[in-house]
Design a protein around this ligand. Structure first.
Ligand code: F6R
Length: 612
């Protein structure tokens, strides 16, 4: 949610910043802008729309500077427009700032400044904060750094800011609370960004800035301080990311690339952990905390969106295999409703980005109440990974398409291994079933490959239903969360209204929607509910609904009830969601692209939701 990038060093800043903005565009794309500082000349350019529109604006402009910052926005305060785009400049024109986050108490501060005669060019909270900083500096006759510290102590909300001062062209000042900031360290140069993608070809040495820290960044020097003005030694880490991981690699869209990467991302997730032949799962985060996990009185799963759907699948699996009660919570509700957390509770946090504001704050609160937090996170070094007591990475690599695909299947693979490992330690699973599920899980990459090799079949199905205005997705048991995920994917990237429901629950309301114009997608793979879901299909058929079913290879009953079907390789029902979701990802991809939608950047969405 908003991408920020900065450069200070000996290179020309503009090419680094603009390329960085393109890589961060998945975080927000309603407007963008850059500020370039050359000696004491500060030039700010900004434009509503995509980064490509900013690039057009920049043709013929003076872009020479070795210091620059850039921003790609997902609007919070104020509509997407040129004037609300970042960077903002202070009243004197001396300072320029970009911001990712929300200043919650901006209104009283704005009133204070209006009374003093300040005028605002935009509707943003960012311009308020910037003028507040300048006002403090003028009144206290202090350094910009000190003024920033004072301002940050007065504000509430979330921020990652980069600040330029045209009277100090050798410095970028940065600060963060609740929104990510990573600094790349080069020789005689520094890079700043919301994630490391803008600078991975220049350096692999990074420092993740923590909440309530300030960074004073010069070409040759990086100083980190806390809000009490004490220096902090930067913790330099080696980045494990390659350029190819953030490029489209010949695919039309990142989403398609990421769907097709799933055989290898699942393989990477299982590699070094699952050894089906030896009957072992190695996960240090679990092994080091096995007593806590085995003795858990209750597991609370906290997540949002697609990650929440992965949590629902985990609820079914953990309860069945480990016999531990599980509750799955929307982080946004959990954080505000004073939940009961008992000493024996374990919290599993699931997040692709590791930066989702609601999940992060929910975990901070739970941690304050003594909860043990296990993170299932994709983005290495992210905030959720860092505040968790233990965890397991999904190793899906950078996910850039806004709609989550490979991260979801990676989450499922990790959660399945976790459940199997805990069940084994608790002796709530027989050896035979344990070994069988291990080998089923090991077969997933190959089986996804088979599904993807028939993606054209799903493209043909998608073409038939392009004009539908609503879709219903139905599943039972392990496939119920998959129905929710299928519906979410479709609405996100095709803008078609879709609802996911437990198939049997359909009779209690949604069946009223069924007529000949309603496509109903059944996730009807072979499991204990199969006969029951066939009855549900009959009920839809009797009302002339159109049925698209996801079935298991060899099922010769369901096709006769379906207008269209896509079959997937047979697999145990516990593991089935990792496979059954893949055709649904393809369905939404094809419907979205056939409708001409930019599926990597669908309207109103952003990849990393760092505001509540
Ligand atoms: C849907 C999607 C979102 C995210 C949600 C949580 O395709 O991507 O629903 O799943 O915003 O994000 P993370 O997993 O980064 O916490």
């Amino acid at each position: 949610m908003c991408g920020i990038v900065g450069y200070i060093g000996y290179k020309q800043a503009y090419p680094v910043v603009i390329k960085g903005l393109k890589r961060l565009e998945y975080r927000g794309y309603d407007s963008s802008g850059v500020a370039l500082l050359n000696d004491n000349k500060l030039n700010v350019y900004k434009k509503k729309g995509r980064v490509s529109e900013l690039e057009e604006l920049m043709i013929g402009k003076d872009v020479s500077a070795t210091v620059g910052i850039g921003h790609t926005r997902w609007a919070t305060h104020g509509e997407p427009s040129d004037r609300n785009a970042h960077p903002h400049q202070s009243a004197s024109g001396r300072l320029a700032m970009i911001h990712n986050g929300i200043i919650e108490n901006y209104a009283p501060i704005k009133q204070e400044l209006l009374k003093k005669g300040y005028e605002f060019k935009s509707e943003t909270d960012t311009e308020v904060l910037l003028n507040f900083i300048e006002d403090i500096q003028i009144n206290n006759q202090c350094s910009l750094e000190e003024a920033l510290r004072i301002a940050l102590k007065r504000i509430t909300g979330a921020y990652c800011i980069l600040l330029l001062d045209k009277e100090d062209p050798e410095t970028i000042i940065a600060a963060r609370k609740g929104s990510p900031l990573v600094i790349g360290i080069g020789k005689g140069e520094h890079f700043l960004a919301s994630d490391a993608s803008p600078f991975i070809e220049y350096t692999k040495e990074v420092v993740y800035v923590n909440d309530y820290e300030l960074a004073i960044v010069k070409p040759e020097e990086l100083v980190l301080k806390n809000l009490g003005n004490e220096k902090i030694t930067p913790f330099v880490q080696e980045l494990d990311m390659e350029l190819a991981a953030i490029e489209k690699g010949g695919y039309d869209h990142f989403m398609l690339k990421e769907i097709f990467e799933q055989p290898s991302t699942i393989f990477d997730c299982l590699r070094g952990r699952l050894d089906a032949a030896a009957g072992t799962i190695t996960m240090s985060g679990i092994e080091e905390n096995i007593i806590q996990l085995v003795n858990a009185q209750r597991i609370l799963i906290v997540a949002c969106g697609t990650s929440w759907h992965a949590g629902l699948v985990a609820e079914y699996i953990i309860e069945e295999l480990c016999r531990i009660p599980v509750e799955v919570e929307y982080a946004s509700e959990f954080r505000y409703r004073n939940p009961i957390i008992n000493p024996g509770d374990v919290i599993i946090a699931i997040s692709q980005s590791g930066e989702t504001a609601d999940t992060l704050v929910a975990l901070e609160k739970a941690k304050e109440n003594g909860a043990f937090i296990f993170g299932v996170v994709n983005a290495v070094g992210s905030s959720i990974a860092r505040i968790s007591h233990a965890g397991a990475y999904t190793h899906a690599g950078p996910e850039i398409g806004v709609a989550s695909t490979k991260a979801f299947t990676g989450q499922l693979a990790v959660l399945m291994m976790m459940a199997l490992k805990i069940a084994k330690a608790k002796a709530t699973i027989s050896d035979e079933r344990y070994l069988m599920l291990l080998s089923e899980l090991a077969s997933v990459p190959e089986k996804i490959e088979l599904i993807l090799s028939r993606s054209e079949e799903m493209s043909a199905i998608a073409e038939k239903y392009l004009d539908a205005s609503d879709f219903l997705f139905l599943g039972r048991g392990y496939n119920f969360p998959v129905a929710l995920e299928g519906a979410l994917k479709l609405k996100e990237i095709s803008y078609i209204h879709a609802e996911g429901y437990p198939a049997a629950e359909m009779k209690h309301g949604p069946i009223a929607l069924v007529d000949s114009s309603l496509p109903v997608v059944f996730i009807a793979t072979n499991d204990v509910y199969h006969e029951k879901i066939i009855s549900n299909m009959q009920e839809i058929k009797a009302r002339k609904g159109q049925i698209i079913s996801i079935i298991t290879d060899g099922d010769d009953v369901t096709p006769s009830l379906s207008d269209d079907y896509f079959s997937i390789p047979a697999i145990d029902e516990v593991i089935a969601p990792i496979l059954s979701v893949v055709p649904l990802q393809l369905l939404s991809y094809y419907v979205g692209t056939m409708k001409g939608i930019d599926v990597d950047k669908p309207r109103n969405l952003a990849k990393s939701v760092t505001v509540e």
